[in-house]
Ligand binder design. Structure first.
Ligand code: FAD
Length: 450
């Protein structure tokens, strides 16, 4: 049977675009449907606008710190609409780059919703296209918990569209997105309260990392209400009045904006036509095997809609592994071991490999050696601020192999990205010891820990 396409991709985000381009490079005839701005969550409502806001939020602190180096006090105010417009312009530029890349790769782009009519037919723009293989890369979206007053909650998507700066911000959620938004809004000058379900932010990260970031955020003036949750929101003449349940239920919390972060995301599976195929969905997520193949033999899925590790580089790598295997004649599997990640909080954190707790659980308590170093980086000496940096290595006792590397401090993401290559290659602590440091730097501590 002849099809219009060898591959049809539904979703033009991180995973979809990377896969479409890679398959086209191998000569496949590729079509792609995207109804929204190209680039998906990362470019439009995630990593990129967020990181630009992180940069914006650091300037007041830098101006403050500069005085320790002899600069006169400088006062500057943030023009919120100007910041938003600058970010939107950059996002627009990236949308254009994606468009050009797809054109250059000869991927046929449909600016429309894609729906499966059967395993080989996709409906787009009121037409039907046929395809040998299908890749579902539809990502996910934030959902609001069903509480009274939920209409006053602002999802992470809408946090990027606030028309003016809220003075009082409540962030609900202790995951990495919540922590990042809390730090961004605080850095931009809002009063921030963060509401978390347990007693510590960043579940799943190394305990020491969690502790240091939380202490640091609190020292900077972010109020973290622990072991509690929002039960109701009401609009009053004082603003949004928040009722809490849990440890802080006597606290009266008022806000102008309640940012919802990481309290829940679900894959975009509605009206996708999965019922016309054998694709299986479990707990709202598409079920795939290690080759990203669904229960329908010609349909594959990558990225957030499969809920494996929900990060842009993972969605991209899953898609490329699929394209290399199916169109490039290679057998490629995505490896989920030692995937590095970062939290763009203030202070920043980054991590690769096993946490101390996970390593002990996996190998036994006595099979692990831990090295850590906590210090005030040189940059903060003259401004005389208390900022701490933490570096930590988790090492397998018998083999000397580095199982995990963790850091809190300036440029943690940049530093851990380099360390991640060594960890992925199976570096031993002795290799780190044999590496000459770069002096004076914070990163040299990773090769001098004893
Ligand atoms: P997406 O990028 O979401 O793309 C899916 C696309 O499919 C969307 O454009 C959507 O419009 C389209 N679509 C959906 N249904 C259809 C349909 N039926 N027809 C046509 N098109 C459709 N990751 C990092 O690595 N680093 C970060 O710093 C980071 N920060 C983040 C911050 C926030 C606030 C959020 C929300 C996420 C962040 N992420 C980060 C996660 C990252 O954005 C996602 O993991 C990544 O975008 C997933 O890519 P994807 O291809 O699976 O889906």
């Amino acid at each position: 049977m002849s099809f219009n396409f060898d591959l049809f991709v539904i979703g033009g985000g991180s995973g979809g675009i990377a896969t479409a381009r890679r398959a086209a490079e191998y000569g496949a005839r590729v079509g792609l449907a995207e109804f929204n701005r190209l680039g998906g969550t990362c470019v439009n409502r995630g990593c990129i606008p967020k990181k630009l806001m992180v940069y914006t939020s650091h300037f007041p602190r830098v101006l403050e710190e500069s005085q320790g180096y002899g600069w006169s006090p400088a006062k500057s105010i943030l023009d919120w609409p100007k910041m938003m417009a600058a970010i939107d312009k950059e996002v627009g530029r990236l949308n254009g780059i994606y468009q050009k890349m797809l054109d250059k790769s000869n991927v046929q782009l449909y600016r429309a919703h894609g729906k499966l009519l059967d395993p080989h037919t996709v409906e787009v723009e009121n037409t039907k296209v046929t395809t040998d293989k299908v890749l579902i890369a539809v990502g996910g979206r934030p959902i609001k918990p069903n509480i009274p007053g939920k209409e006053y909650l602002v999802t992470s998507d809408a946090m990027f569209e606030l028309p003016e700066q809220p003075q009082r911000v409540v962030i609900w959620g202790g995951g990495y997105i919540g922590v990042e938004f809390a730090c961004i809004m605080h850095g931009l000058g809002s009063d921030v309260i963060q509401i978390i379900r347990s007693d510590k932010i960043l579940k799943g990260f190394d305990e020491d990392i969690r502790t240091i970031i939380q202490e640091s955020m609190e020292e900077h003036g972010i109020r973290i209400l622990k072991n509690c949750s929002i039960s109701e929101v009401k609009k009053t003449n004082q603003g949004l009045t928040i009722s809490l349940e849990g440890d802080s239920n006597n606290d009266m919390v008022l806000a102008d904006t309640i940012g919802l972060a990481a309290t829940g995301r679900i894959p975009n599976l509605e009206n996708l036509g999965l019922e016309n195929t054998e694709v299986k969905v479990h707990n709202g997520v598409i079920v795939v095997d290690k080759y990203s193949q669904t229960a329908e033999q010609n349909i594959y899925a990558v990225g957030d809609c499969t809920d494996r590790i929900n990060l842009t580089p993972v969605a991209i790598s899953e898609g490329r592994a699929f394209a290399d295997t199916k169109f490039g004649g290679k057998s490629c599997l995505m490896s989920y071991e030692n995937v590095p990640s970062a939290v763009f909080s203030t202070p920043e954190a980054a991590t690769v490999g096993l946490t101390e707790a996970k390593a002990k659980e996996q190998y036994g308590k006595n099979a692990i050696r831990v090295y850590s170093s906590e210090f005030r980086p040189m940059y903060y000496v003259l401004p005389d601020t208390k900022e701490k940096t933490l570096m930590k290595l988790v090492v397998h006792q018998e083999s000397d192999q580095i199982l995990g590397a963790h850091m809190v401090g300036d440029h943690a993401a940049e530093i851990i990205q380099g360390i991640a290559i060594a960890v992925k290659m199976g570096a031993k602590k002795a290799d780190f010891d044999a590496t000459v440091g770069i002096h004076p730097s914070s990163a040299e501590e990773f090769v001098t820990m004893r």
